[in-house]
Write a protein that binds this ligand. Sequence first.
Ligand SMILES: NC(=O)c1ccc[n+]([C@@H]2O[C@H](COP(=O)([O-])OP(=O)(O)OC[C@H]3O[C@@H](n4cnc5c(N)ncnc54)[C@H](O)[C@@H]3O)[C@@H](O)[C@H]2O)c1
Length: 269
Amino acid sequence: MGNRLAGKVAIVTGGNQGIGRAIADRLADEDAMVVVGDLHDNRSSVPGSVQGLTFMSLDVTKEVSIRTFVDEVLEKFGRVDVLVNNAGKVIHKSLDEQTADDWDGLMAVNLRGPFLMAKYVAPEMRRIGSGAIVNIGSVEGYIVNPWHTAYAATKAGVHGLTLGLAVDLGPDGIRCNTVCPGWIDTELNRAYVEMHAGRSFVEQELSQLHPVGRIGAPAEIANAVLWLASEESSFVSGEMISVDGARTKKISLPAILDEEYRAKLMKAW
Ligand SMILES: NC(=O)c1ccc[n+]([C@@H]2O[C@H](COP(=O)([O-])OP(=O)(O)OC[C@H]3O[C@@H](n4cnc5c(N)ncnc54)[C@H](O)[C@@H]3O)[C@@H](O)[C@H]2O)c1
């Protein structure tokens, strides 16, 4: 598609599927050499999307796995210019159901993982005098769905990590930003919608929660990541950028008023 990342080496964690795979493909489209780090080498899961990607196994919950992975990337490619911390999990549990192990397990993937990835990649970026770290946070770092206490805490933590890394690594020429996706059409979310009997009603309701009239696509997150990874955003650091079709900008109305608003929107679409 282009050459905005020509000569750059990019790491994408959790890039086997979903948003991570769309990011990996988009960066490779712009001529980056992309290393996907994920639990399993799942290169054939999305046919036709593996050109320009290298797959290596990585468990972001294990410090030794991260060190080995970064060493292997350096051995093979000699540098790291871009780190995308995308690997993440979610749990849906009430406070009463949640255990300390649930909490620790989620923190390990969603927050400790990005911290350790940055820790082991930063010295290499410092050596070359530049770098871009892009985290995948969530709108749930600001607002929250029911039963997502732990998930929201991890994502708010990612937003805090972003601020800290931007401040501490800025003098080394390293920028750090976060993309906060709204509701994105991934396998995970599709399975969640399909669990409900009135699937088409749920889909319609979901679309209407978004002022733009629809949910997002993984490629739309990837485009925002590309911008933050590229020199086009060279003076942007420490930012949380929502990519959510303005869902988080709309205050809930009493149901009757909301219905009037929706009826107007339906006419407009
Ligand atoms: N889908 C959405 O609507 C949405 C919304 C907001 C934020 N997000 C965030 O976007 C990111 C990607 O979400 P997705 O919907 O594509 O999820 P997904 O479940 O489809 O993909 C997650 C990927 O991360 C990998 N992974 C999980 N644990 C790992 C570990 N310990 N080490 C390495 N890799 C690991 C998985 O194998 C998988 O390939 C996550 O951080 C998620 O919190 C998603």
